[in-house]
Design a protein around this ligand. Structure first.
Ligand SMILES: Cc1ncc(COP(=O)(O)O)c(C=O)c1O
Length: 418
């Protein structure tokens, strides 16, 4: 390409056409299948999963897809995580180790069970926790780990699972962003004790909002099913609320859409992989641009596409590079969340239950726990250097060529003008 003036300096904008988006039909695969199943639900007159057929069918087919014994639906990814942690039945003040880079839903599930979240640093190349960073956070109170497969890129699970087994910790996989991601031939969610998924609008499959847990553990599945339904042992004929649990029942309307989406999931993920892999290859050819790093043996399902730049080669900061990209109409920004997840008021200022500061202030909790940015160098590096854009199945090869062209335009400019 010829060296053209950057849009940020008043030059012509590289791309003016809008990008396909997960926020609307341009980046989603909805069609007659969803409409047909929704129609069946409406015509049945049964919108509630109790007595309905679609949610039970979704659970059965989801479990079959992942090859697990059980699947339990919930109303969101956050709810699914709450169900998973609730199923463990831990004692208030116990600790759960998770990541600094995630959606708050991961941490909400921990806090709602009166458990103390402990944060492991991330590998700055992936944004994911590792066995080493988790090991540094273990205390006598540790009972469980929630490993988040960020952007659909898998954590390096063998060492994490080995650590969990050695120490006797439960291992939950947060696969909210990782539907059908693979690690050494295993699907995300089938490696730990429980896998949790989100069906929120932007996820690889969606019901607007919704979620699912999968497990091979009969007891966890039993508790999870009751936990998501007010502790109610359906099928026994008794109305016994056996323990505390919310109502996280998915509706039949969501079950219908979920089924149709599950049937398309292979194609959705294949499309995301095709375009994302093409983009990664094209970016690899641009001096100063580093395509996303993948843990060997993993096959992501691309919830987000990310890359980094070599600042010394290009002579520009990630923030300035991002501003130039945005001016060209490229949909990237730096950092997935602006700060580590513990910097939000709910955690930093302990805004949980009234002014109690529970769970941190529980007498049985370990005292003096603090979360400081300076203790998380991998996180700070990842969040300040990683370019991200939401990915979707509507992305075409032409879109990919445009992205690569736009990134090349900006990179070439800085290369020549540093
Ligand atoms: C990693 C992760 N965990 C949990 C959640 C929570 O899911 P939901 O928004 O469906 O409650 C999300 C949603 O974005 C997520 O990305």
């Amino acid at each position: 390409m010829t060296e053209s003036k950057l849009a940020i300096h008043g030059g012509e904008k590289y791309r003016t056409k809008p990008w396909p988006s997960v926020g609307n039909a341009s980046g989603r695969m909805f069609g007659q299948e969803e409409i047909q199943l929704l129609t069946e639900v409406i015509q049945s007159g049964s919108l509630n999963r109790v007595g309905g057929t679609k949610v039970p069918q979704l659970e059965a087919e989801f479990a079959a897809k992942y090859g697990t014994k059980h699947a339990v639906a919930a109303t969101s990814g956050t709810a699914a995580l709450h169900v998973a942690v609730g199923a463990l039945n831990l004692e208030p003040g116990d600790e759960v180790i998770t990541t600094t880079v995630t959606d708050m839903g991961t941490v909400i599930a921990i806090l709602m069970c009166n458990l103390v979240p402990i944060f492991a640093d991330v590998d700055p190349r992936t944004g994911n926790v590792t066995a080493e960073t988790i090991a540094k956070q273990i205390s006598p109170k540790t009972k469980a780990i929630i490993a988040v497969h960020l952007f659909g890129q898998m954590c390096d699970m063998d060492p994490i699972r080995a650590l969990a087994r050695e120490k006797g910790f439960w291992l939950i996989e947060d696969c909210a962003q990782a539907h059908l991601s693979e690690y050494k031939g295993h699907l995300a969610g089938t490696i730990g004790d429980i896998g949790c998924f989100s069906f929120q609008q932007s996820k690889q499959m969606t019901t607007g909002d919704g979620g699912m847990i999968i497990t091979n553990n009969d007891q966890l599945a039993y508790r999870a099913r009751l936990f998501a339904d007010k502790g109610w042992p359906r099928g026994t004929g008794e109305r016994g609320h056996l323990f505390l649990g919310p109502n996280y029942r998915l509706t039949e309307l969501q079950g219908a859409v979920g089924l149709a989406q599950l049937h398309k999931l292979d194609e959705i993920v294949a499309r995301r992989r095709h375009t994302a892999e093409m983009l990664a290859e094209m970016l690899d050819d641009i001096p100063g641009i580093r395509p996303p790093y993948l843990v060997p043996g993993t096959n992501p399902s691309w919830w987000i596409f990310s890359f980094t730049i070599e600042e010394k080669v290009l002579g520009v900061s990630p923030q300035d590079f991002a501003a130039a990209l945005q001016a060209e109409g490229m949909p990237f920004h730096v950092g997935y969340i602006p700060n580590p997840i513990f910097d939000y008021p709910v955690i930093k200022e302990r805004k949980t239950f009234g002014t109690s500061g529970i769970p941190w202030t529980l007498p049985q909790a370990r005292q003096g726990i603090t979360y400081e940015d300076k203790d998380y160098p991998g996180t700070m590096q990842f969040l300040s250097t990683t370019f991200v854009t939401s990915w979707n199945e509507g992305m075409t090869e032409e879109d990919v060529r445009d992205i690569a062209g736009g990134v090349a335009k900006v990179a070439n400019y800085y290369l020549k003008n540093k």
